[in-house]
Design a binder for this molecule. Structure first.
Ligand code: ADP
Ligand code: 5GP
Length: 188
């Protein structure tokens, strides 16, 4: 059974997870697609909730077995991928799938799902604000923050490939805009 999917992509620190969690809280018919990753769990992350945490060798095995809809090496040495089994599981339950993937993955998923997908690019008001948010979030080392910020400038150039660009300046306003674009897509 083919259902609808909503794709959220953004440079790290733009507020994507915050907005995705808000939308999920409002929509019991939606389910988060848990990706597989070869990076280690961070903070309070739980295997099977934020990610399926697997080894590099296991990740490579899954690539060879054609288990992914798409996958990317988002950061050096760390791969992330959307599992075909997740898509089948969530559609099988009759739910709308929510994806939180990097900008290249977002473009790949939109190409794969076509009109069944809404793709949303979330953008921080500036690179400086993005750095400030990553520092305040307190989950990444100073080196990891600089890697993420350096990558953000290139990732911003993907915005035009998405159905909708949401500038996350005032958070409440961003929540309202996200709700509106999602409701419009689901009603169509
Ligand atoms: P991402 O998932 O894109 O990496 P997060 O959702 O983790 O980003 O947000 C990064 C940090 O910025 C978090 O600490 C979050 O609470 C904060 N944040 C999100 N949106 C805003 C906003 N509009 N104004 C200020 N801080 C924000
Ligand atoms: P983090 O390490 O902060 O959890 O995630 C790093 C980046 O990987 C984020 O931009 C996140 O959206 C992205 N990501 C997570 N899962 C996937 C996936 O399955 N595919 C792709 N392409 N990117 C992903």
């Amino acid at each position: 059974m083919q259902g609808k999917v909503i794709i959220f992509s953004a440079p790290s620190g733009s507020g994507k997870s915050t907005i995705v969690q808000h939308i999920l809280g409002l929509h019991p018919e939606m389910e988060f697609s848990v990706s597989a990753t070869s990076r280690k769990p961070r903070g309070q992350e739980v295997d099977g909730r934020e990610y399926y945490f697997i080894s590099n060798a296991e990740f490579r095995r899954k690539v060879r077995a054609d288990a992914f809809v798409e996958w990317e090496q988002v950061y050096a040495g760390h791969c992330y991928g959307t599992l075909k089994s997740e898509v089948e599981r969530i559609w099988g339950a009759g739910h709308v799938i929510i994806f939180d993937v990097d900008v290249k993955g977002g473009v790949s998923l939109k190409r794969y799902f076509g009109d069944s997908a809404l793709s949303v690019f979330i953008q921080a008001p500036s690179i400086e604000e993005l750095r400030r948010r990553l520092v305040l979030r307190g989950t990444d080392s100073p080196e990891a923050i600089e890697t993420r910020v350096a990558k953000a400038a290139e990732e911003m150039t993907y915005a035009g490939k998405f159905d909708f660009v949401l500038v996350n300046d005032d958070l409440d306003q961003a929540f309202r805009e996200a709700e509106q674009v999602v409701d419009k897509f689901l009603a169509a």
